[in-house]
Design a protein around this ligand. Structure first.
Ligand SMILES: *[C@@H]1O[C@H](CO)[C@@H](O)[C@H](O)[C@H]1NC(C)=O
Length: 646
C-alpha cells in the first residue's frame, strides 16, 4: 500500500484547483509520499533491467530484448544474501520492469570515493562476446535511487537546455573496441526539507571504464585512472573490479517537482506542427462534410419530398403517373436495401463491440493521464490502468455488440454472447504469449513471467468475461433500434462501382487522414515502447485522439454518402474498413521506421518487432473501424429518417 501523507494530499488538492493542462508541459501528481532521510541513513539503490537505448549520437534501435540485471554473463555484483525482487504493480511487470536489490551502500550526505562492490569478477571469453555485443547494441543500465531513475545529462540541441535522460551506458565503443564500464560516479541531489531531513531529488551517474582498478578488501579498492579502459577479451579470461563513488549535492528543487527535469519534451515544435497540421485537415474535412450534410442533403431531401408531394398531386388531378417526376438517381433509391442485414453480421457485431471497449479504454486512460493521475513516479500505473479499464469496459463491449447484432436481425445469440469477450482478447493474448516464447527461447530475461500471464488470464476470465456477458444480456433486453425505412424483399441490383468508390481506392484514400492526425504522436509512443522510456506527452495525445476520432468519423461519412449516391447500399462493412484502413498506414509506418531507424542483429528481434507492430495495427484497425461504423450508422439513420417513403 502506498501511503499518501497530508502534504501530498494538499499538493493534489492544490494541483486540482490549478489544472490548466498545457499540452507542452508534463503535468502529474507526485503520487508517492516523500521519504525523508537523516544524515547517514541508508538510501536504497535498486537495479532494474538493462534495455536498448537511444543515445543522442546514435538513435538507432538495435535490439528489442531487455536483460535482467543479474543475468550471469554481465557479472554485476550481487548483495551478500542474494538479490531480492522488489514488489511491483502488474502494469510495471508487463512493461518489463524487474526491480531488485543491489549491494550499493549509499549513506545520505556522506561522500565516498572508490568503494569496491565485490571481489574481482572473471569474464570468460563467451561472457565477453555476450557483453561486447550488448555494448555495440547500446544497452543502458537502469537504476532507481529512492524511486528516482539514475540518469545522464543531455543537452537539448536547439535551446542548450540540459535535461535528465534516465539510464546510462553499459559501455562505450571507442573506435572499434568496446569498453566496459566498471566504475560509477553517482551524484545524488538532495533537498533539505527540515532539520536533519533530507530528500532525494535527482540522481546522475557518470560511468567510467578503469582498467587499473584493484580490489583491496571488502568495501575498499584502488581506482585506476581513465588512461586505460577495460576491454573484455574474447579469447581469454578478463578480470574486472567493480567500484563506485558517491557525491551528495545540495539542491533547491523540492520533492514535489523532482520529476520535472526527467520529463523532457523532445522537440515541442514538431508536436505543435503536427497538431496544427491535423487540425487543418480536420477543419477542412468537417467543412466538406457539413457542406454536404447541410447543403446537398437538404436539397436532396427537399427535392425528394417535393417530388413525393408532386406525385400525389399529380395522381389526384390527372389520375396518372407523372413519369417526368421519376426519381432518377441518388441515395433515396436504396431506401429499401440500406438496412438489409450485411454479410457476416455476427463477426461485424463482435468487432464493433470489441472496438467500443477499446475506444472507451483508450479515451479514459488518456484523460486520466492528462489529469495527472498516472504519475511517472508510480511505476507501471499506466499499464495497470489500461488493464483495469479494459477489464471493466467488457460490459460496454458486450452491450454494444449485442445491440448492434439485434439491429442486424441476428439470430445466433449465443454465439454473439460468447465471441464478444473472447475474440480480440484471445488473439491479443495468443500473440503476446507466442512472442514471449521467443524471448524465453532467446534466454533474455525480458520475458513476462508465467505467473503474471496467469494472473492476466484469471483477471480476464473472472471479471471481464462475466461483465461482458452481463453487458450482452442487458443489451439484448433493450428494444431493437428501429430502422427508419422498411427493407424490400428482393435485393436491388448494385451498379458497378467506378473510380475511387471501388473498395481499395476508397480505403486507401480515406485511411490516410485519421493516420495523418496521429502519426507524430505514434512515432513517439513507438519509440518510448521500444526504448522502454516513459511516455508522458498526454496533452498532445489527448488532442490527437480527439482529432483522430473526428477525422475517422468525417471521412467515413463522406465516403458512405458517395457510396449511397452511387446506389451501393453495402455501407456496414465498408464503413468499418474505410476508417480501419488507417491501421494499414500504421503498420506501414512501423515498417518504414524499421527501414530507417532500426538495425537488428538477430532475426528474433525482427520477429518481435513485426509481431508487436501487427498486434498494434490490429487493435488500431478495430478501434478506428468502430468509430467509422458508428459515424456512418448515425448518418444513415438520420438521412433516411428525414425523407418520406411510401
Ligand atoms: C560531496 O561532494 C560534492 C560534489 O563534489 C560536494 O559538493 C560536497 O560538498 C561534498 N560533501 C561533503 C560533505 O564533503
Amino acid at each position: 500500500m502506498r501511503r499518501i501523507d497530508i502534504s501530498t494530499s494538499g499538493a493534489i488538492l492544490a494541483s486540482l484547483l490549478a489544472i490548466v493542462p498545457s499540452p507542452a508541459s508534463a503535468f502529474y501528481f507526485p503520487g508517492v509520499a516523500p521519504t525523508s532521510y537523516k544524515n547517514g541513513d541508508a538510501v536504497p539503490l535498486h537495479v532494474n533491467h538493462l534495455t536498448p537505448a537511444d543515445s543522442q549520437n546514435d538513435p538507432k534501435l538495435r535490439s528489442v530484448f531487455s536483460f535482467d540485471y543479474y543475468h550471469p554473463p554481465f557479472h554485476f555484483c550481487k548483495p551478500k544474501d542474494g538479490p531480492q525482487y522488489i514488489r511491483e504493480s502488474l502494469g510495471s511487470i508487463l512493461f518489463g520492469d524487474r526491480i531488485q536489490t543491489s549491494p550499493f551502500d549509499l549513506r545520505m550526505g556522506i561522500n565516498e570515493t572508490c568503494k569496491a562492490l565485490c571481489p574481482e569478477e572473471t569474464f570468460s571469453p563467451q561472457d565477453a562476446v555476450f557483453v561486447n555485443q550488448r555494448i555495440y547494441q547500446g544497452y543502458d543500465l537502469n537504476w532507481l535511487v529512492d524511486g528516482l531513475p539514475a540518469a545522464q545529462v543531455f543537452v537539448e540541441k536547439d535551446s542548450d537546455e540540459p535535461f535528465y535522460s534516465p539510464g546510462f551506458a553499459l559501455g562505450t565503443v571507442d573506435g572499434e573496441e568496446p569498453n566496459f564500464n566498471n566504475h560509477y560516479d553517482i551524484y545524488v541531489d538532495f533537498h533539505k526539507a527540515g532539520p536533519d531531513q533530507f530528500r532525494v531529488v535527482g540522481v546522475l551517474v557518470v560511468p567510467f571504464s578503469l582498467k587499473e582498478s584493484r580490489f583491496i578488501e571488502e568495501g575498499r579498492a584502488e581506482c585506476g585512472d581513465t588512461a586505460a579502459a577495460v576491454a573484455l577479451d574474447e579469447n581469454a579470461e578478463t578480470k574486472v573490479t567493480f567500484t563506485y563513488s558517491v557525491y551528495w549535492r545540495e539542491n533547491s528543487t523540492p520533492f514535489a517537482t523532482r520529476w520535472d527535469k526527467y520529463l523532457h519534451v523532445y522537440d515541442p515544435k514538431i508536436h505543435w506542427f503536427s497538431l496544427v497540421n491535423s487540425a487543418v485537415i480536420v477543419v477542412f474535412l468537417i467543412g466538406m462534410v457539413s457542406t454536404i450534410l447541410v447543403r446537398t442533403l437538404k436539397k436532396d431531401i427537399a427535392r425528394y419530398n417535393r417530388l413525393d408531394q408532386l406525385a400525389l398531386d399529380d395522381f389526384g388531378e390527372t389520375g396518372g403517373a407523372g413519369d417526368d417526376i421519376q426519381e432518377d438517381s441518388g441515395w433515396k433509391l436504396v431506401h429499401g436495401d440500406v438496412f438489409r442485414t450485411p454479410k457476416n453480421p455476427l463477426l461485424l457485431s463482435v468487432l464493433i463491440g470489441n472496438g467500443a471497449q477499446l475506444f472507451m479504454m483508450a479515451g479514459l486512460t488518456i484523460a486520466f493521464a492528462l489529469l495527472g493521475f498516472l504519475s511517472p513516479s508510480n511505476r507501471g500505473a499506466l499499464g495497470t490502468v489500461v488493464i483495469v479499464f479494459y477489464t471493466l469496459f467488457g460490459f460496454i463491449g458486450g452491450y454494444v455488440s449485442s445491440r448492434v447484432y439485434k439491429f442486424f436481425n441476428g439470430e445466433s445469440w449465443k454465439l454473439c454472447f460468447f465471441y464478444t469477450p473472447f475474440a480480440l482478447p484471445v488473439i491479443v493474448f495468443a500473440t503476446f504469449f507466442l512472442l514471449n516464447l521467443f524471448v524465453w527461447g532467446r534466454g533474455a530475461s525480458g520475458a513476462v513471467p508465467f505467473t503474471t500471464m496467469l494472473i492476466l488470464v484469471i483477471i480476464w476470465f473472472v471479471i471481464s468475461v462475466p461483465l461482458s456477458l452481463a453487458g450482452s444480456w442487458f443489451g439484448f433486453k433493450q428494444p431493437v433500434i428501429e430502422a427508419p425505412t422498411r427493407t424490400n424483399q428482393i435485393p436491388r441490383q448494385i451498379p458497378p462501382a467506378v473510380g475511387y468508390l471501388r473498395p481499395f481506392p476508397s480505403m486507401a484514400l480515406a485511411g490516410v487522414l485519421p493516420f495523418g492526425a496521429i502519426f507524430v504522436e505514434l512515432y513517439f509512443i513507438l519509440k518510448s515502447i521500444w526504448f522502454s522510456k516513459v511516455y508522458y506527452m498526454f496533452g498532445f495525445l489527448f488532442i490527437c485522439y480527439g482529432l483522430m476520432i473526428m477525422t475517422s468519423a468525417a471521412v467515413t461519412v463522406l465516403m458512405i454518402y458517395f457510396l449511397l449516391c452511387a446506389e451501393n447500399y453495402h455501407w456496414q462493412w465498408r464503413s468499418f474498413f474505410t476508417a480501419g484502413a488507417s491501421a494499414f498506414y500504421v503498420f506501414a509506418s512501423a515498417l518504414l521506421y524499421w527501414a530507417k531507424d532500426v538495425s537488428f542483429g538477430s532475426w528474433t528481434s525482427g520477429v518481435l518487432y513485426l509481431g508487436y507492430s501487427l498486434l498494434l495495427s490490429l487493435l488500431f484497425f478495430v478501434l478506428t473501424g468502430t468509430i467509422g461504423f458508428f459515424a456512418s450508422w448515425m448518418f444513415v439513420i438520420k438521412i433516411y429518417r428525414s425523407i418520406k417513403v411510401d
